[in-house]
Design a protein around this ligand. Structure first.
Ligand code: HEC
Length: 162
């Protein structure tokens, strides 16, 4: 049977461990690795290869949107579904865990919002065959692209923020 003194020590150790875990969650899940850029946006500090992963995904978004607009102009909802689907949540799961830890929670949730939107656009285009609906949904998604770009940039580790 431990005496009161050792019980107090156990609790102190448990408390310290909980604080450490809370600190790690705050750092790696909520805050990410950022600094303030010269233009006032948050600059996320990444390795060059991680930055390449994010920017590659971005260019796929842009290319996909161009193709969806083209398909909408042709009245081809089935093509919209086909282009939107690979941009959905399936693509978000390709992000390496180490990279995810450096991204602030708000950034991740904006990113998930866009991926979720593309899944919805694909599903609705297939179910309703209505390109006007797809265009309206796409316009809504672009608001999230705009919002995230207004708040964040990416800087490479060791290089000063632009
Ligand atoms: C979660 C935040 C976020 C969302 C959502 C987002 N972007 Fe980005 N995007 C960024 C950041 C950060 C950069 C890098 C900007 C910088 O460093 O100045 C970027 C860069 C880009 C680039 C430049 C790529 C390159 O090779 O340099 C394009 C194009 C782009 N985004 C398109 C889009 C489009 C289209 C959408 C919406 C479908 C979108 N982005 C949604 C954060 C986001």
């Amino acid at each position: 049977m431990p005496d009161n003194k050792s019980v107090a020590v156990y609790w102190a150790i448990i408390g310290l461990l909980l604080l450490t875990i809370a600190g790690l969650v705050l750092k790696f899940v909520v805050l990410g690795t950022t600094e303030t850029a010269a233009d006032g946006r948050k600059a996320i500090i990444l390795e060059p290869s991680e930055r390449a992963v994010v920017l590659n995904e971005m260019r796929q978004f842009l290319a996909g949107i161009q193709q969806m607009l083209d398909a909408a102009d042709r009245g081809d909802a089935a093509a919209i579904a086909k282009i939107a689907r690979p941009l959905g949540m399936a693509a978000a799961h390709n992000v390496p865990a180490g990279l995810a830890a450096k991204l602030p929670l708000e950034f991740k949730s904006l990113g998930h919002g866009v991926h979720g939107d593309f899944d919805r656009i694909a599903m609705d285009a297939e179910a309703m065959n209505d390109v006007r609906l797809s265009l309206r949904q796409l316009s809504g998604t672009l608001k999230t692209c705009v919002a995230c770009h207004a708040g964040y940039q990416i800087t490479v580790a060791s290089a000063p923020a632009r």
